[in-house]
Structures are given as structure tokens and as C-alpha cells.
Ligand binder design. Structure first.
Ligand code: AMP
Length: 571
């Protein structure tokens, strides 16, 4: 059985293809969303998901989140007494999802389709694949997130002939894809993205209001204060959407600030961000050679499209109401499950074919001869143009600049800029060329980009026919098979909280967080409840534990909704 996994920055989900359709898998807490958080408990056991998320504020030194942003880099997170690579933290989340799927299906799960942001570079994709391996999953396919969303929608809409645009505004990125569907063939025509624009930027506007209204800049260095301020801003952002306005107070040391905005003021503040939504849309339409008026549908995905002003903007942009048939948090995972169904050649999907594109341009750096006869380096020579259908293989010939040159350097870049310094460098290769006959024939550089978005570069010296391959993973972020095996052994030795105790751990973590936020009697009351529940847990009487857990949960929920909180996040 192949499962489909949306390995997200904030939340992850797993779905399976079952009984002719994609089905989401609940985790041990009964939720489809597992927070992408990993923590180390006081007794050294690993906590994954909700329990870890609850501990972000209370145990920042022992909890990690947002590690997807560091995939493909060397940046590690220190948890308790050990450094974890982003691949390892992602692997722990994947392992937890794998266990959920196994409990749901009643069989072992060893293969997965994992989604990645379309803009993910080669290194980030390889890191995702390693994370899968570390979790004991063979990664059958890396699938672009907007393509997954489109796949879920395409199927949902019954496969009529149509051209549609997927407008996917997530936490940190804005992805646009244009798809065409006919006779069960789903074709991504173009993808474009702004990977510096997402729901978090809208919440940040509210964070900045607190600094504009009286909190001094030096409070930015107080990590605990910032965590809480961001959480306040995040919930205010949602309140503005739901209720039309929001207000909250913050205090840091002796400074206080109030942030109060209604929907209109928030929209005005957000205007520069909203304006940026146009660019990827225009680029995708242009690359797909489709006019906005010819689109049959606009589909919303990504949590941030829940903001009413974003929905209104999308309606104005396209002159029609967008389709919101599926839950924006869930569409990517559902699409991954459809891809898993395709991989398993399920009968219900026999007629469906999916094609994707390479969302960015790939090329190499070249030296140019200037008009005055001198040379200048650092220019970009595209080899695979963005939005070419994958898999694709393209070759281009390059020549030595001078007759004495003994080597040609092939630098590999991803990006759209004219100068290579503004693009992302993926790797490099030096190719020996012998001065003498045939020297001027140069080298053929072949780029091959597969359906997973992984690139292979091959260089052939034309005169000799000698071929050299560039192993892009030679970069410092690459993990060798030996290192993967070593990390796998260490990860397997970690003690992970058993699945059936996770719910109670999450409950305790939530109570600990409340304890820190409350003051006085209420705080004492929560402290007593924690102690009581810990004692209940030691009885190992499952019925009693379940009964007490339910009462504990209700009590915590009522404290949360009654808002008995200390009035400021700095208290
Ligand atoms: P995703 O990456 O698709 O999970 O989207 C996460 C983003 O959606 C975060 O920036 C959230 O703040 C945002 N989001 C989720 N629900 C809402 C909501 N009700 N109102 C505004 N933004 C939301």
C-alpha cells in the first residue's frame, strides 16, 4: 500500500487511496492534522505532533517546529542534548504518520508519495527523500504541492473538459498553477510561485503594529515574548476574518501596546501584500498562454485563502467566485493519495493521466565576449526553460573561451535572473578539455529533469566523447548512504511516546501551557488538575483514565473559552 503524505511546514497529513477514492487518515488524537512539531519530553522520550506543539511555548529548548524551511540546508535544531538535522525531524513526523496509516489500514506501510513545494530545489527534494528513507518509507514519488491540489480538485470535479487555476496561499508561500483537463488527462500547463509570500506575512503585519504602538524594538530578541506575540497576532488575524475586527493588548517589561483593527483597516494595511499576488498569476497565465477570461474555474487552496479579503480579491481578479469545494488544509494530502492510487494502478483511475512541469528554469553560468573584445563572466544560459513538461532532457553546446583553456567549469543554477549571482546555485563540475585539435569543439551539457523534480547533469567532451556526470548531491548538505544508515540507527534507538498515550501527553502539555499563561487562583487550579491527572495516569486503569481525561479536557476548554488569561503575553 502506498500512502500520500502532505509534509507541511506547520501541519502534516496522510491520506490513502481506498474504495475508489482518497481518504484522510486520523492520527491518534482523532485529527487529520498532525502539527509538524517534534519535542523531547523531560524523561527523554520523543513527542510528535500536538503534544510537541503545545510545548513550543513552555519548552522552547526541547521543541522544534518549522524545520521544513531548513530542508536541504545544514541548519540543525538542538533538542535537549542533541542536534537534529531537518531530515531527521521530518522523518520523525513521517514515522508518526506512517504509524497512523498502519493503525488505520491494519497493514504495514512502506511506500509513500510525499508532496513538496513546487519551488523546492534539488537539495530540498533530496532531503525530503532522505527523510522518507529515515522513516522507513520508500518515496515512490515527490509530487509538487499545487499539482497535488489540482489532482484532488480535478478528480473531485468529475473530469469534464476544463482549464482551471489553482490559487494556493499557504503559510509561507503563494503558488499558482494552471491546469488543463480533457478525457481524463490532467496537464499542468504552468506553475509560478512567490516563496516569500504567505499567511504568516499577514499575521506579521499585526506583530509590527505592536511595535509601532509602543513595544520597543529590543523586545524582538525575547524569544518567549515573540512566540506569544506571534500567536496573538495569528489569532487576531483569524478573528478579523471571522468577526470583522480584533483587538489585543501586549506588555513587555514596562511597555504596553494595544493592537485594534477592523477588516477595512487590515485590508488597507495588507494592500502591499495583496498587490504581490498578481505577479505569479500573470506569469503563470503568460507561460500557459491562457487568458484569464478563458479559465473555466479558479480553485482555492492553502489555509490563508480562508481570509475573506483574499477570497474577495480572487473574485475580483477573475470576475467569478472561486471554487472552495474541498477543505484547503486537506486538498494537498488528498491529491497525494490520488497520485498513490495512480501508482498502484487502481481501476477507478485507469483513464487518468497526469503530467507536470518543471516550475523553474535550470541552466549554467557562461562567460560573454564584450564589444571591446574583453570577457565578462556570471551570465546565465538557460538549458531547461521553466514550465517545460517533465520528464525532460535538453542538451546545449558550450565552447572554451581561449585556445589554451584546460578545463571548462559547468556551474548549475536554478532561477530566472539574467545574472547567475541572482539565481540559486545547485552544483558545479570541472571538465578537462585538452588544448589541441578538437579543443574548439567544446562540450555538450545535458540536463535531465525527472518527474520527481530531480536533476541529472551530464557533460560530454565533443572531441573525445568522454562523458562526466555531475552528482549534484556532492554539495555539503548531502548525506552519504553510510551517514543515512548511521542516522537511521540512532533514530531507531530513540524512545518515542507510544501512540496510545499521545492523547494524554497532549492534554498535559496543553494544561502546562495554560498554567504558564494564567495567574493567581486559576493558575493554582490548573496546577491541581495537572497533578490529579498525573496521578490518575499512574493507576493504569484505562476506564478511569479515559473518564478523567474527558473531564480534564472539558475543564481546560472552558478555561480557554472563558478567556481567563493574563491580559498580556509578556506577563
Ligand atoms: P497551510 O500552509 O495551507 O496550512 O496554510 C497555513 C496558513 O493559513 C497560515 O498562515 C494560517 O495563518 C492560515 N490560516 C489558516 N486558517 C486561517 C483562517 N481561518 N483565517 C486566516 N488565515 C488562516
Amino acid at each position: 500500500m502506498i500512502v500520500g503524505i502532505d509534509l507541511g511546514t506547520t501541519n502534516s497529513l496522510v491520506a490513502v487511496w481506498k474504495d475508489g477514492g482518497p481518504r484522510l487518515v486520523p492520527n491518534a488524537l482523532g485529527s487529520f492534522l498532525t502539527p509538524s512539531c517534534v519535542g523531547v519530553d523531560d524523561d527523554g522520550q520523543i513527542l510528535i505532533g500536538e503534544a510537541a506543539r503545545e510545548r513550543l511555548q513552555t519548552h522552547p529548548q526541547r521543541t522544534a517546529s518549522l524545520f521544513k524551511r531548513h530542508m536541504g540546508s545544514m541548519r540543525t535544531s538542538r533538542l535537549a542534548d542533541r542536534d537534529y538535522r531537518p531530515e531527521e525531524l521530518s522523518a520523525l513526523v513521517l514515522r508518526s504518520l506512517k504509524a497512523d496509516a498502519e493503525a488505520f489500514l491494519g497493514e504495514a506501510v512502506t511506500e509513500a508519495v510525499i508532496t513538496v513545494p513546487a519551488y523546492f530545489s534539488d537539495a530540498q527534494r533530496k532531503a525530503t527523500r532522505v527523510a522518507g528513507e529515515l522513516a522507513g518509507l520508500k518515496v515512490e514519488r515527490l509530487l509538487n504541492e499545487p499539482t497535488a491540489a489540482a489532482l484532488a480538485y480535478g478528480l473531485h470535479d468529475g473530469g469534464t473538459e476544463t482549464q482551471f487555476l489553482v490559487f494556493d496561499l499557504g503559510g509561507g508561500t503563494f503558488d499558482v498553477s494552471i491546469l488543463e483537463m480533457f478525457d481524463g488527462v490532467m496537464e499542468v500547463r504552468a506553475s509560478a510561485c512567490d516563496n516569500m509570500l504567505g499567511g504568516e506575512d499577514f499575521a506579521n503585519l499585526l506583530v509590527e503594529q505592536a511595535f509601532a504602538n509602543g513595544i520597543p524594538d529590543k523586545a524582538r530578541n525575547d524569544a518567549v515574548f515573540m512566540q506569544r506575540l506571534v500567536a496573538r497576532a495569528e489569532s487576531a488575524k483569524r478573528d478579523i476574518g471571522a468577526n470583522g475586527s480584533a483587538s489585543f493588548d501586549v506588555r513587555w517589561e514596562n511597555s504596553e501596546a494595544n493592537v485594534a483593527l477592523d477588516a477595512e483597516a487590515f485590508e488597507k494595511l495588507s494592500q502591499p501584500l495583496m498587490d504581490r499576488l498578481w505577479r505569479p498569476i500573470e506569469r503563470a497565465l503568460r507561460d500557459a498562454r491562457i487568458r484569464a477570461a478563458d479559465l473555466n474555474n479558479v480553485v482555492l487552496a492553502g489555509g490563508a485563502t480562508r481570509m475573506p479579503m483574499i477570497r474577495a480579491l480572487a473574485t475580483r481578479m477573475f470576475g467569478r467566485f472561486p471554487v472552495i469545494g474541498l477543505n484547503p488544509d486537506e486538498v494537498v494530502a488528498l491529491g497525494a493519495a490520488v497520485q498513490a492510487g495512480l501508482k498502484m494502478k487502481d481501476k477507478a483511475l485507469e483513464e487518468t493521466v497526469m503530467t507536470d512541469v518543471c516550475p523553474y528554469t535550470l541552466g549554467t553560468g557562461v562567460i560573454k565576449r564584450l564589444d571591446n573584445g574583453s570577457h565578462a563572466e556570471g551570465f546565465y544560459a538557460p538549458i531547461i526553460q521553466r514550465n517545460t513538461v517533465v520528464p525532460v532532457s535538453r542538451v546545449q553546446r558550450f565552447f572554451p573561451v581561449s585556445a589554451e583553456q584546460k578545463a571548462i567549469r559547468i556551474d548549475v543554477y536554478q532561477g530566472e535572473s539574467r545574472l547567475v549571482r541572482d539565481n540559486i546555485k545547485l552544483g558545479e563540475l570541472d571538465v578537462q578539455v585538452q588544448p589541441g585539435p578538437g579543443h574548439a569543439d567544446g562540450v555538450d551539457v545535458r540536463f535531465t529533469y525527472d518527474v520527481n523534480g530531480l536533476l541529472e547533469v551530464e557533460v560530454m567532451v565533443v572531441a573525445t566523447g568522454i562523458v562526466q556526470r555531475l552528482v549534484i548531491e556532492s554539495g555539503e548538505t548531502h548525506m552519504s548512504p553510510e551517514e543515512i544508515a548511521k542516522r537511521l540507527a540512532t533514530l531507531s534507538a530513540l524512545k518515542i511516546h507510544p501512540r496510545d498515550t499521545l492523547e494524554n501527553r497532549a492534554l498535559l502539555a496543553r494544561a502546562e501551557r495554560l498554567y504558564e499563561q494564567l495567574l493567581g487562583d486559576m493558575r493554582e487550579h490548573v496546577g491541581q488538575m495537572i497533578l490529579h491527572f498525573e496521578q490518575t495516569l499512574t493507576t493504569q486503569d484505562t476506564q478511569r483514565i479515559a473518564r478523567d481525561a474527558e473531564a480534564f479536557r472539558k475543564a481546560l476548554a472552558s478555561i480557554e473559552t472563558d478567556g481567563y488569561f493574563a491580559p498580556d503575553p509578556g506577563a
